[in-house]
Design a protein around this ligand. Structure first.
Ligand code: PLP
Length: 455
């Protein structure tokens, strides 16, 4: 359906009349009217009025190869004609699902030879909950079922995903969290570590995991789950001391480590997976988004040797799966997407070229009067809007949250052709991996303009 078949006002009216949007205040949206995104190419979007936007968020952190990649489109069309759907239940399989499972085993960190497919990241994390608890049942320890996660984490919106997540506003609705999930604080220096040396803070934040394990009882803890770098929580890059210490604690107590790589996977941090960037050795890896660059939905869990061995050799039937586990069209698109990432060397492009280039530009941004701190990792970046660069408590002086400075900045971005997200007063970006240095310069120009308007 082309946007030009109706006027923008007609689209907005029909939208408000019928479409319940995710994470949206329906009345507020109806009053304001949605912005209708009509088409896209490379890093750019166009709305129904013909305005061009620089998409510094890769859609919703997913369009890693950028828009308009014909090889992905062709792969989908070819597969739809050949075999649009068949399931992987009841001892059947399909060639694209097999080939993708094989290719994922190649690009995954060492020790990951198996994959369980889902339709999304949330479902992938539901699978994680089932799988880690099944693992411990198979070890003869069914009481070992508690999963530790972190406050302000986002792990999806299903019952299990939202429970693993640590968004308190989500827990406030609909009876969350489900039993057996508990949270520790996130390694966010600005919130919890002011006045401390950052490396010491990393170790302190990791020690909260050990404290929680001891509080729950080491024989009751099944797993710890975390994103290498928290994305939707505000691109929180932990101190380098954090993940090695988390790994040491997981090893010491024998608990499974789950790396949620729905955002960090497929090149975003300058390695294929974020755990390789932060130096952790997870047992399970949740993925989605970048696996198909968002062209079609697909997610899943990469299953490391320890869990795979138990499931395969001891487990009998694993009573779990989705109609779309291994969907042939989604898998065909993922194959084309991963081939493109490889052929174009996009992971290396992020690691060696545009990632460091963006990091230098973000460091320079700290001179802007409105910026209190910046962080980047690969092509994830955050800038903290602050009232002053220093405060008595250590670190920058923050704005009164009631002023909603982040939302003010975001509306300037949206009006000036830039899609950048606000998480509180953290402005965050995650542009497509195909971004060039010239486009980083273009992005920085837009960011400066929007910051100047917000001051
Ligand atoms: N995990 C992380 C880290 C995410 O960022 C997201 C989505 O943003 C999810 C899980 C949920 O994925 P989905 O929206 O595909 O269900």
């Amino acid at each position: 359906t082309s946007a030009s078949t109706r006027s923008t006002a007609e689209w907005q009216a029909a939208d408000a009349a019928h479409f319940l949007h995710p994470f949206t205040d329906f009345q507020a949206l109806a009053r304001k009217g949605s912005r209708v995104i009509a088409k896209a190419d490379n890093l750019y979007l166009w709305d129904s009025e013909g305005h061009k936007l620089f998409d510094a968020m890769s859609g919703l952190w997913c369009v890693n190869v950028g828009y308009g990649q014909k090889s992905l489109v062709d792969a989908a069309a070819r597969q739809m004609l050949e075999l649009p759907f068949y399931n992987a239940f009841f001892q059947t399989t399909t060639p694209p699902a097999v080939e993708l499972a094989e290719l994922l085993a190649e690009v995954a960190p060492p020790g990951f030879q198996h994959v369980f497919f889902s339709g999304s990241g949330s479902e992938g994390n539901d699978t994680v909950v089932r799988m880690v608890r099944r693992y411990w049942e198979l070890q003869g320890q069914p009481g070992r079922d508690v999963i530790i996660s972190r406050w302000n984490a986002y792990h999806g919106s299903t019952m299990a995903g939202a429970s693993l997540g640590g968004m308190k506003y989500m827990h406030a609705q609909g009876g969350l969290p489900i039993p057996g999930i508990t949270h520790i604080d996130q390694p966010y220096w600005i919130e919890h570590g002011r006045g401390m040396d950052r490396a010491d803070f990393g170790k302190l934040a990791a020690s909260w995991l050990e404290q929680k394990i001891l509080e729950v009882g080491p024989d009751k803890v099944a797993a710890f789950i975390g994103e290498p770098i928290q994305g939707a929580g505000g691109v929180i890059v932990p101190p380098e001391t954090y993940w090695p210490e988390i790994q040491r604690i997981c090893d010491q107590y024998g608990i499974l480590l789950v790396s949620d790589e729905v955002i960090c996977g497929f090149g975003r941090t300058g390695q294929w997976f974020g755990c390789q960037t932060v130096g952790s050795r997870p047992d399970l890896i949740t993925f989605a988004k970048g696996v198909t660059s968002g062209y079609v939905p697909l997610g899943g869990v990469l299953v490391g040797e320890r869990v795979a061995k138990a499931l395969i050799e001891q487990g009998g039937e694993f009573e779990h799966g989705y109609t779309y586990s291994g969907h042939p069209v989604a898998c065909a698109v993922a194959l084309a997407n991963i081939k493109l990432i490889r052929e174009q060397g996009l992971v290396e492009h992020v690691r060696d070229d545009v990632g460091p280039y963006l990091a230098a530009k973000f460091e320079a941004l700290r001179d802007h009067p409105l910026i209190g701190d910046t962080q980047t990792c690969g092509l994830m970046g955050a800038m903290l809007l602050a009232k002053a660069k220093t405060s008595a408590a250590g670190g920058p002086e923050l704005f009164d949250p009631a002023l909603e400075v982040g939302m003010v900045c975001r509306s300037h971005c949206f009006a000036n052709g830039l899609v950048m997200r606000a998480v509180g007063d953290r402005m965050i970006i995650a542009p497509p991996l195909v971004i060039t240095r010239a486009q980083v310069d273009e992005l920085m120009g837009l960011i400066h303009r929007c910051l100047d308007l917000t001051v």
